[in-house]
Design a protein around this ligand. Structure first.
Ligand code: ATP
Ligand code: MG
Length: 563
């Protein structure tokens, strides 16, 4: 096992010591419990890697359980997408696929059991009145006048709630705990609500639905979960989790453990906000490559390996923190550097005519597919008299240290020849350079040069006669970097530069048959992935990430400042 995969975190330590003392009979059962009300995002990936990872590491199992107790926002499209995403990330639940809705009958019986113990009652206050009775952090709450209903009356009313005799909002079932508890979650929390809504699995069978606080601990207990890992906002619910399982004497009593959720800079993670962006068509769908959804990241070109490595690296902590997007980008670069084939592509083409290269001549030059992996071999790239380079690689009046193409200065065309600029042709009206004239040195084939000859710059290029047209989509962060921290609360302002489409890019001919999902490094530029909508008639590449590694820089400056 590699060092990183066995890196320690406090949850791993809990599981290890539980195993050591034989708690839970030596079993490790975790679960990932998404609510099917949206698509999974990178935050969920952290939870998936943690839960499935622990099960793998300790010879246990991890259940996939749909927490489908809120029918108005849930549907089957999400259920299917979530399964696809968990598989894509590289995890499998085998036959442990569960739905909280399958426990509705069992949960109902548990509710009856609570009523019979005089630990739950039907309250007929309105939602607003219940809120007012709850008290505050500094003041105790007030008992509902219905709190003293008899067990028989409660059983009767609860059965009639189930039978659909009452409209929504007229009654709820509440736990009878303590309206003066310092923990507001213990002030007679609501366990069931009347909701005349049809459910995507149970249809119209149920007209009352359990709350998360009731359904979650009992679902865990029913499944024999040993470690119920959730995010920090449920820490204050843990006493209720334990109270329910103790009162109901469930066959298993899982341990709830909380960890800090993942937050990333410059993006939103809340499913509610993501849904808003999708519904308002501010993005092209749940798989828009700017979104932090797993579908979006996949379309953008992220690999499951890079996301798993990222999740392992950030680890698990008890305190909330915001992780730099640059760190996630660092991991996809690392992965693709090893795996992606190199190619040459010119995003903003500038024509270069090599005056002394014979018209009509074509040479096939050998190019390395991946210098990190000789096993990926080589390919032939055609060269001819007219090539295109990127506009950025030419300056008529160069700034200092500009080692690219400029009048009088030699540069190397990658895998081809050393060329020298002899002049330019400009647009009469705008004065813009529209063509660069060059000569080449025929003795430098392959780009080699004699010792002592100073040629600092190497440019990527494509042959005009052979290049293939393509659209390239460049992405920047989804949100305006200025309104970062409270992005989940603020009105979302999409970064106007988050998507730039370059319609007339030119790529080397070997990419003509590239198909959706293929990933490349465009030399000197970044990693790109063929978009889902790409076809041989209309190639589309998404920039996954630029080559420049801002993270490495940040890290360097951090270590420099701490050492
Ligand atoms: P949202 O607030 O975006 O709707 P949620 O927590 O309600 O998220 P669920 O579908 O309930 O979404 O989440 C399933 C599991 O994923 C839960 O155990 C939850 O704690 C975990 N999870 C959700 N978001 C994050 C995150 N940002 N970081 C880590 N874990 C997360
Ligand atoms: Mg939730």
């Amino acid at each position: 096992m590699s060092d990183s995969s066995s890196a320690s975190n406090f949850i791993r330590a809990i599981v290890q010591s539980d195993l050591a003392i034989g708690k839970h009979g030596g079993r490790v059962v975790t679960r990932f419990p998404p609510e099917p009300n949206g698509y999974l995002h990178i935050g969920h990936a952290k939870s998936i890697c943690l839960n499935f990872g622990l099960a793998q590491e300790f010879g246990g199992v991890c259940h996939l359980r749909f927490d489908d107790t809120n029918p108005s926002k849930e549907n089957i499209e999400y259920v299917e997408a979530i399964q696809e995403d968990v598989h894509w990330l590289g995890f499998d639940w085998h036959d442990k696929l569960f739905y909280a809705s399958d426990y509705f009958e069992a949960l109902y019986r548990y509710a009856i059991a609570l009523i019979k113990k005089n630990k739950a009652y039907v309250d007929s206050l309105s939602a607003e009145e219940i809120r007012r009775h709850r008290g505050t952090l500094t003041e105790a709450g007030l008992d509902s006048p219905y709190r003293t209903r008899s067990i028989e009356e409660n059983i009767d009313l609860f059965a009639r709630m189930r039978a659909g005799e009452f409209p929504d909002g007229t009654h709820v079932l509440r736990a009878k705990i303590d309206m003066a508890s310092a923990n507001i979650n213990l002030r007679d929390p609501t366990l069931y609500r009347i909701r005349h809504v049809s459910h995507h699995r149970s249809g119209n069978t149920w007209l009352i639905y359990p709350t998360y606080d009731f359904a979650h601990p009992l679902s865990d207990a029913i499944e024999g979960v040993t470690h119920s890992i959730c995010t920090l906002e449920f820490e204050d619910h843990r006493p209720l989790y334990d109270w329910l399982l103790d009162e109901l004497q469930t066959p298993h009593h899982p341990q709830q453990i909380e960890f800090a959720r993942l937050n990333l800079t410059h993006t939103v993670m809340s499913k509610r906000k993501l849904l808003e962006l999708v519904e308002q068509k501010q993005v092209c769908g749940w798989d828009d490559p700017r979104l932090p959804t797993l579908k979006g990241l996949r379309r953008r070109g992220y690999t499951p390996e890079s996301i798993r490595a990222f999740c392992e690296h950030i680890g698990v902590a008890k305190r909330d923190a915001i992780v730099e997007m640059a760190l996630l980008e660092h991991f996809i670069r690392e992965d693709l550097n090893r795996r992606a084939a190199r190619a040459m592509a010119v995003l903003r083409p500038l024509k270069v005519v090599i005056e002394n290269y014979p018209d009509g001549k074509v040479e096939d030059l050998e190019a390395v597919n991946n210098p990190e992996d000789p096993g990926m071999g080589t390919r032939q790239v055609p060269f001819s008299r007219v090539v295109y380079i990127d506009q950025d690689d030419f300056r008529e009046d160069p700034p200092k240290k500009f080692y690219r193409l400029t009048p009088g200065q030699e540069v190397r065309l990658r895998y081809a020849y050393i060329i020298k600029c002899t002049g330019v042709i400009k647009d009469d009206r705008t004065g813009e350079v529209i063509e660069v004239r060059c000569t080449y040195d025929p003795t430098t084939r392959g780009g080699s040069s004699q010792e002592g000859r100073k040629v600092k710059g190497t440019l990527h290029w494509v042959s005009a006669a052979h290049a293939v047209e393509a659209e390239v989509r460049l992405y920047e962060s989804l949100l305006d970097p200025s309104q970062d921290r409270d992005a989940s609360e603020a009105l979302l302002a999409i970064n106007p530069h988050s998507l730039e489409r370059l319609a007339r890019c030119l790529v080397e001919p070997s990419l003509a048959a590239a198909s959706p999902g293929n990933r490349y490094q465009f030399e000197r530029q970044g990693y790109f992935c063929v978009d889902a909508d790409s076809s041989t008639d209309h190639l589309i590449f998404n920039r996954t990430v630029a080559l420049r590694d801002t993270w490495a820089k940040i890290e360097k400056s951090q270590t420099a400042s701490t050492s």
